[in-house]
Design a protein around this ligand. Structure first.
Ligand code: ADP
Length: 290
């Protein structure tokens, strides 16, 4: 199976923002989570992968295909769900998908109908296929977005921040759909939501300020904090002091009390409890360190 190999990709916008700085990633078949805060460079990377904008330097290889030199070849095997995915609100999902299938060159009417119906079944919208898209919920629209991205049976599917605004049930349904697609395809999921990656992605990277900070599988990545993470319940008004004295990576209220997570190479004291790291901890420690 073909891997996606990104090597030394850099992009500086004309205003001087270094959106990508020597980004290198190896991405096999399956779900790959690209996690990073707003402004990290995720969309820039996604748009470059989707051949919608150019990088200043670096290369992208999908199997034997050099995608930056042959963007048209990549487009034949690419599915893309952009961050802002607009639909025609007065059309039904069946009509719009049919229309998009024509644009993708599926000209045989019978074949097209079969493909459209199979995709509507796959994303669980077949029953509502005649309903107007404008009446769809956020989750239904996103599932429609996946259906259109799958029209050409892509080898590479790129989804940019797809779960924003979805409620937990819709989000879960969307995850299930993506991981099903990931059985046959490289799926890159860009997100700032740790939970999106945690359950779903056997491989992931964290990116911040245009750089890849860490990549691997989530379990390996969580081990990077092994033995260095501590927890303590403190009083709310002690928080500022703790932030000065310790490397506090998270503070939250838990049952009305203030809970802090602290990273430390040595035991910070008997009142701290050593704990296992979760992905949120690693993410926060990486983002705050950068
Ligand atoms: P993310 O998707 O992780 O939020 P982006 O790739 O959208 O990150 O943005 C990365 C950085 O590049 C940000 O600082 C953003 O303001 C800047 N940026 C994005 N697009 C442009 C553009 N067209 N022109 C100038 N700066 C841009």
């Amino acid at each position: 199976m073909e891997n996606l190999i990104i090597t030394g990709l850099s992009k500086t916008y004309s205003n001087g923002v270094k959106a990508l700085q020597h980004v290198s990633l190896q991405i096999p078949k399956g779900m790959f989570g690209l996690l990073g805060p707003n402004g990290a460079g995720k969309s820039t990377l996604m748009r470059t992968l989707a051949t919608l904008q150019e990088a200043d330097s670096g290369s992208i290889q999908l199997g034997d295909l050099n995608t930056l030199e042959h963007p048209n070849e990549l487009r034949k095997v690419l599915g893309y769900l952009p961050q802002q995915f607009g639909v025609y609100p007065t059309l039904s999902s069946e009509m719009l998908l049919n229309h998009l299938a024509v644009l993708k060159g599926i000209i045989n009417r019978k074949e097209r109908k079969e493909i459209v119906h199979a995709l509507l079944h796959k994303v669980n919208l077949y029953e509502v296929r005649t309903q107007k898209l404008g009446e769809f919920s956020g989750g239904m629209k996103q599932r429609f977005g996946i259906a259109q991205a799958l029209l050409n049976n892509p080898k590479l599917l790129i989804v940019d921040e797809p779960t924003a605004g979805l409620d937990p049930v819709e989000r879960n349904r969307f995850y299930n759909l993506l991981s099903e697609v990931g059985e046959q395809t490289i799926v890159i999921l860009s997100t700032h939501i740790v939970d999106d990656v945690k359950e779903l992605c056997p491989r992931m990277a964290i990116i911040n300020k245009g750089r890849v900070i860490i990549q691997g599988n989530p379990i390996q990545i969580m081990e990077s904090l092994q033995g260095r993470l501590y927890e303590k319940t403190i009083h709310k008004n002690e928080l500022e002091q703790y932030k000065k004295e310790y490397q506090v990576i998270s503070d939250r209220l838990y049952l009305g009390r203030q809970l802090v997570h602290v990273v430390s190479d040595t035991h910070p004291g008997p009142t701290f409890k050593s704990i296992e790291a979760n992905l949120e901890d690693v993410y926060m420690s990486q983002i705050l360190n950068a």
